[in-house]
Design a protein around this ligand. Structure first.
Ligand SMILES: [Zn+2]
Length: 170
């Protein structure tokens, strides 16, 4: 890979204020949730958006760079080793930042880019705002990581129970 291509890669990887980020920020402002900080240096991993008072950090993840589990985008066909190593590093860094934040008492919201498509945007933002409200209520900010748009554990449990009872009926 030429150095110029590498430079582009590094730039893209570290880019701030991406379109998905701007979209989330606009929706937050619209809903009256101002007072967030961008890439705040005092929080581990400098989250894209964070509310220090509520201790809520929001990462808006590009599906390609952060290897979205919903999209499972294919690896580029050339320089496979390079990309693999790069994505591994990205993933390791995400995991480390999330863990550090939760350790410090933060609620971490991960919003994947694909959850911001027009048809999903409203429900995604509803969930984000719900989590923000919950974290702001006294005694309810249980530090944890929430992937917006992913099925909740209780929902999965209920689905499994439904499946099981269907089997026993037969
Ligand atoms: Zn995705």
């Amino acid at each position: 890979m030429t150095s110029e291509a590498t430079r582009h890669v590094m730039q893209a990887n570290r880019s701030k204020n991406t379109k998905p980020e701007l979209l989330v920020r606009a929706r937050l402002r619209e809903a009256g949730y101002t007072g967030y900080r961008l890439h705040w240096k005092k929080a581990p991993g400098k989250p894209d958006i964070c509310f220090p008072g509520r201790q809520v950090a929001i990462f808006v993840n590009g599906c390609f760079w952060h290897r979205c589990p919903h999209c499972l985008l294919p690896l580029p066909k050339t320089n496979v080793e390079f990309w693999k190593a790069k994505f591994d590093r990205n993933r390791a860094r995400d995991a480390r930042d999330n863990a550090l934040l939760v350790q410090d008492g933060w609620t971490v919201l991960v919003v994947w880019e694909c959850m911001l498509k027009e048809e999903r945007l409203d429900s995604t933002m509803r969930e984000v705002l719900r989590e923000l409200d919950r974290a702001s209520r006294e005694g309810q900010n249980v530090a944890r990581m929430v992937e917006i748009g992913s099925p909740r554990p209780w929902k999965l449990r209920r689905e499994r129970q439904k499946l099981r009872s269907r089997h026993t009926l037969r």
